[in-house]
Design a protein around this ligand. Structure first.
Ligand SMILES: [Zn+2]
Length: 320
């Protein structure tokens, strides 16, 4: 009798112990799960596919998203090729004001700073042109050069290659001549019509325009002093002779077609392409070429992006 009762008690205690252990395991697992980002993101409202995209971020970046309300646009932005996390809030703000825009365009606009007004003072203070990487200097409506900036190795261009007097940086001149010779082999003629301009030249030019027809008009036809890429000594305006000697008709010429296919092999890019006006801040200029070196020019050409976009995504990342 006694032995049987003890046996029964051991049996009951055993079952209780087993239950406690099983429940503890589930309880602990549940508590641990509640601490995961997956659980927290789900609780805010993110769906499993959205969560797996967000979970590719760094822990502090995930926390930034956890601190916000559910936003259907965030996971979509994360899938954009040129997404930069530190720009997240600006993408969301810009998209909120431009709902019809596609996100690829939103990312480009914000990356280059074009969600600000041109020459925006706050923006400009932060974005003085970085001179460290001399052939990759960025000059646009948000990145400027000092009044006393002048490239050190400016050389004169022979009349053979140019209309009027022209000067340009040494390496740019060497690469232009190689490009000129390659084009000449196909009976094409590349002629430099404008090149290095110093600060004073641009200052006089812009102020003359502003005095005659106002600042707004001056901004529409010329860069403000310090904001012209021609001050870098890395920019060339290229035309040809005959019909193609005017800038406006240059994109109808065989020379232009040749440059579109070959300029990058000599380190040049078309700086203000058609359809990218809101990214570059400039009207389409089929004649304006910028030297960035062969490697970068090839990359920009192959990716099909502007120098502004390239700089924001690749150059800033390298320096960060
Ligand atoms: Zn130009």
């Amino acid at each position: 009798m006694k032995r049987r009762r003890i046996k029964k008690q051991v049996y009951v205690v055993g079952i209780i112990l087993l239950l406690v252990i099983v429940l503890s395991i589930f309880g602990i697992r549940y508590l641990l799960y509640r601490g995961t980002n997956e659980y927290k993101l789900k609780k805010i409202g993110y769906q499993p596919e959205e969560i797996s995209i967000i979970e590719t971020l760094e822990p502090d970046q995930i926390q930034t998203i956890l601190d916000k309300e559910y936003n259907v646009t965030i996971p979509k932005l994360l899938k954009e090729k040129y997404f930069i996390f530190q720009n997240l809030d600006r993408y969301l703000t810009y998209y909120n004001d431009h709902k019809d825009d596609d996100l690829t365009h939103v990312v480009s606009i914000v990356n280059v700073g074009a969600d600000h007004e041109y020459y925006d003072k706050d923006m400009v203070v932060k974005t003085k042109t970085d001179l460290k990487n001399e052939y990759l200097i960025l000059v646009n409506k948000f990145h400027y050069l000092d009044q006393n900036f002048a490239p050190s190795d400016i050389v004169a261009v022979r009349n053979w290659y140019a209309y009027g007097e022209n000067e340009i940086r040494k390496e740019v001149y060497e690469q232009f001549r190689s490009m000129f010779n390659a084009a000449a082999e196909e009976d094409l003629k590349l002629i430099i019509t404008s090149s290095y301009r110093d600060y004073e030249f641009q200052d006089t030019l812009w102020n003359n325009y502003a005095n005659s027809k106002g600042e707004e008009w001056a901004d529409s036809v010329a860069a403000r002093p310090g904001y012209s890429e021609h001050q870098t000594g890395l920019s060339l305006d290229i035309v040809t002779d005959g019909e193609g000697s005017s800038m406006d008709s240059f994109d109808q010429t065989d020379e232009f077609k040749w440059l579109s296919k070959n300029a990058h092999k000599y380190g040049f890019i078309l700086r203000y392409p058609e359809g990218k006006e809101d990214i570059t801040g400039y009207s389409y200029e089929s004649w304006h070429y910028r030297y960035v070196g062969v490697e970068t020019a090839t990359k920009i050409h192959d990716l099909g992006i502007t120098f502004d976009e390239y700089y924001a995504y690749y150059q800033n990342e390298i320096e960060a």
